[in-house]
Design a protein around this ligand. Structure first.
Ligand code: ADP
Ligand code: ASP
Ligand code: MG
Length: 409
């Protein structure tokens, strides 16, 4: 008998029929004698709609109220899932974030889980009850509802698995595993049987939304056996070939490049004629960080005259209004021109093989050049290379790179 956490994403609970289908899968796990905790997302499209309502009121909304609104989608599916299980004669009960509680910090909109009190749900699981928990939500130190950032139900699942010391955490989604790139963009993308935590963290943080980055970081830290599988296949459980996220040493044949990721939710900000004096970068980026704006790629040019320089950086599109508001309030930037655009995308090549092989970057640049795609910003780390390009070329770039690195099936 095992204790497992299963998570169903938005498309897997998109309507009542899908919820019933997911409930059937849970029943099969229960019949195998397993204790099952279920994490559910909101029905697909619902969270987007709720975010849309908030944006309609104001682009600079109060994030505590944003959390009240956007957390509501998961509450609906949790209740429906518990009902669907009860209809199947399985003892089931839903537990909202505050009822457990799942404690988070105060960073509303992208809160981090601090602690999960498993006392009550452990008791229920031991009695054979299925515990249904809405993903994405928690409760802050000040007892306000918080949410974990888009895609956060993955993190809810892994955090619950870690807290319960579960034997497995299964992420059911609308694809049957992690692919060399988004199979929706590149139909020839290849399914990976295994991928290392390190590579999955990079792919996820660079835009492969199949898993939220934090969920993978957490699984790595707490040694949670994690797998991604399809909720549309007829089977359930560990005998199903999805993708296992594993330690690097468990991968027999390491490829040079294991995947290509893209992110369209980027925005580029350029500051022209920034005074070239010590400390100016800190005076720009500290207030952004205090406003909880994540800055990603940064380039600063050398000033020709020693007096003024240009600086370009990227933030997520959702953070752009806040970033511009923050920059607008900086006295230092009174004479600086600020140019912002949302028509950009980041395309990245990821692989641990890069550590020991050269030529990966030059192949990327040559491939994009051949397609006439201009590179606006480049950033690299040990196992990835990212470029910022015009958004309209995203698919073209991803397909060309996928082919250039021989990733096709
Ligand atoms: P869920 O609602 O189940 O959480 P998501 O939409 O968040 O599902 O994530 C699954 C989607 O991630 C897939 O439909 C696919 O389009 C996208 N995706 C992006 N990159 C990859 C990749 N490398 N492998 C698999 N899926 C990917
Ligand atoms: N419903 C939330 C979102 O769409 C959380 C999730 O599904 O993981 O971002
Ligand atoms: Mg998701």
């Amino acid at each position: 008998m095992a204790l497992i956490v299963v998570k169903f994403g938005g498309t897997s609970v998109a309507d009542v029929a899908r919820i019933e289908n997911a409930a059937d899968k849970i029943v099969r796990e229960v019949e195998r004698g397993n204790q099952v905790a279920v994490i559910v997302s909101a029905m697909s499209g619902v969270t987007n709609q709720l975010v849309g309502y908030c944006d309609e009121v104001s682009q600079l909304y109060d994030t505590r109220e944003y959390d009240v609104v956007v957390s509501s989608g998961e509450q609906i599916t949790a209740g429906l899932m518990a009902m669907a299980l009860q209809k199947r004669d399985v003892e089931a009960r839903s537990w909202l974030g505050w009822q457990i509680p799942i404690r988070t910090d105060e960073t509303h909109g992208k809160a981090r889980i601090a602690e999960i009190d498993t006392t009550e749900i452990s008791k229920r699981l031991k009695k054979g009850e299925v515990v249904v928990v809405p993903g994405f939500q928690g409760v802050s130190e000040r007892n306000r509802i918080s949410t974990l950032g888009r895609g956060g139900s993955d993190t809810s699942a892994v955090a619950l698995a870690a807290a319960l010391k579960a034997d497995r955490c299964d992420i059911y989604t609308d694809v049957d595993g992690v692919y060399t790139t988004d199979p929706r963009i590149v139909p020839k993308a290849r399914k990976l049987n295994r991928i290392s935590f390190e590579e999955m963290i990079e792919l996820a943080s660079l835009g492969a939304k199949v898993l939220q980055t934090r969920s993978v970081e957490m699984a790595m830290k707490h040694h949670v056996p994690l797998q991604v599988l399809s909720s549309f296949e007829d089977h359930i459980g560990s005998d199903l070939p999805g993708t296992l996220i594993v330690e690097e040493d468990d991968i027999m044949e390491q490829e040079l490049v294991s995947g290509i990721a893209y992110a369209r939710d980027e925005a580029k900000v350029t500051l022209l004629k920034v005074p070239d004096t010590p400390g100016v970068a800190a005076r720009i980026f500290e207030p952004l960080s205090e406003a909880a704006v994540n800055v990603d790629m940064i380039v600063q040019n050398i000033s020709a005259d020693g007096k003024a320089t240009d600086m370009t950086f990227t933030v997520s599109r959702a953070d752009l209004p806040k970033a511009l508001e923050t920059l607008g309030n900086l006295a230092d930037l009174d004479d600086v021109d600020i140019i912002a655009t949302e028509d950009v995308a980041k395309v990245s090549v990821v692989g641990v093989g890069m550590i020991s092989h050269h030529g990966v970057a030059s192949k990327m640049f040559a491939t994009l050049a051949k397609k006439g795609i201009n590179i606006q910003v480049i950033s690299t780390s040990e196992i990835k290379i990212s470029v910022l390009i015009a958004e309209e070329y995203t698919e073209l770039a991803v397909r060309a790179l996928h082919e250039a690195y021989g990733l096709e099936s």
